[in-house]
Design a protein around this ligand. Structure first.
Ligand SMILES: [Zn+2]
Length: 296
């Protein structure tokens, strides 16, 4: 599951006690969905929890039923959920939520939690967040530059710093700094995702520090990473000398797992082996790699 889906699943589970917040979240989902017009409402997603949430909110807030279609891609088996509303309901919902005065109707925000519910809805409908272990990037897409600008202003009022970019006729309200992404996620209730991001940042900070100092002194901060760095360099050394493959399938497998998971403790590394092996077995294999690399 992608980091975006994981985060959205988490967000879809948040329930609202207040009617105003339900309406604000639905408004966020509608304003950032595929079509939100007085004559047509269409919400398309590949995320099943988000499809379910959309139908539930439409029913709870407006007692309206969504027309629901599911299609499946032949090759990947990826399902896509499409929801539409009949003309009468679309008109009723559109006129209840929109105003001529602005692109984001702030009259919808009644209580102090309505803004967070709205932003959560917007993110669920058209947000993307990349895996923080690879890169920091969060964005919410819209076709309207006016909505993008108002969303930016709204975020600023909530102390969330975001910017706007555009590509292929779409506008993206985005954050690229880990602190900004963290603030956004925590504000909309994705605390677990925010924590993951902080973890990723700590690991990469430690790695950067180790690289900067150029030796393992800094690794008193984190012995795991220091040891892993040593193991990975040994693996690389054996590999480039063409000697790794000679060590047998088991050691090659452990070496590959270590290279893919530099931040993992030896205990955790043992657990992800299939079949699982003991910690001492992993220690033995890694020590063998290190001692052989020293002979080169
Ligand atoms: Zn509210």
């Amino acid at each position: 599951m992608s980091f975006t889906s994981e985060t959205k699943t988490m967000l879809c589970r948040i329930t609202h006690a207040k009617e105003c917040c339900k309406r604000a979240q639905l408004y966020g989902m509608l304003l950032f969905c595929n079509v939100f017009e007085s004559s047509k409402i269409k919400y398309v997603t590949e995320h099943s929890d988000s499809a379910e949430l959309f139908c539930r909110l439409v029913f709870d807030v407006y007692s309206a039923e969504c027309n629901h279609y599911v299609t499946e891609k032949k090759q990947s088996g990826q399902k896509s959920y499409k929801m539409t509303l009949n003309l009468v309901d679309a008109r009723r919902i559109y006129s209840d939520l929109t105003t001529k005065n602005s692109d984001i109707n702030r009259e919808i925000f009644v209580c102090k939690n309505c803004r967070e519910a709205f932003l959560r809805g917007a993110f669920i409908a058209s947000g993307v967040i990349l895996n923080p272990h690879k890169t920091y990037h969060l964005e919410v897409r819209t076709d309207s530059v006016d909505i993008a600008e108002e969303l930016c202003a709204l975020c600023a009022e909530c102390n969330i710093n975001v910017k706007i970019s555009n590509r292929q006729n779409s506008f993206f309200v985005y954050a690229k700094k880990s602190e900004e992404i963290e603030t956004f996620l925590a504000f909309i209730g994705a605390n677990k995702a925010a924590f993951k991001l902080m973890d990723a940042k700590i690991v990469s900070d430690i790695r950067n520090n180790i690289n900067r100092v150029g030796n393992c002194e800094m690794a008193n901060l984190d012995k795991t990473i220091c040891a892993a760095q040593e193991q990975i360099s040994a693996i690389e050394k054996l590999k480039s000398a063409g000697k790794l493959a000679n060590l047998g399938e088991n050691i090659v497998y452990t070496a590959a797992l270590r290279t893919e998971n530099p931040e993992m403790s030896v205990g955790d590394l043992a657990k992800i082996h299939v079949p699982e092996v003991s910690k001492s077995c992993v220690v033995h294999r890694l020590s063998k790699i290190i001692s052989l690399s020293k002979e080169l």
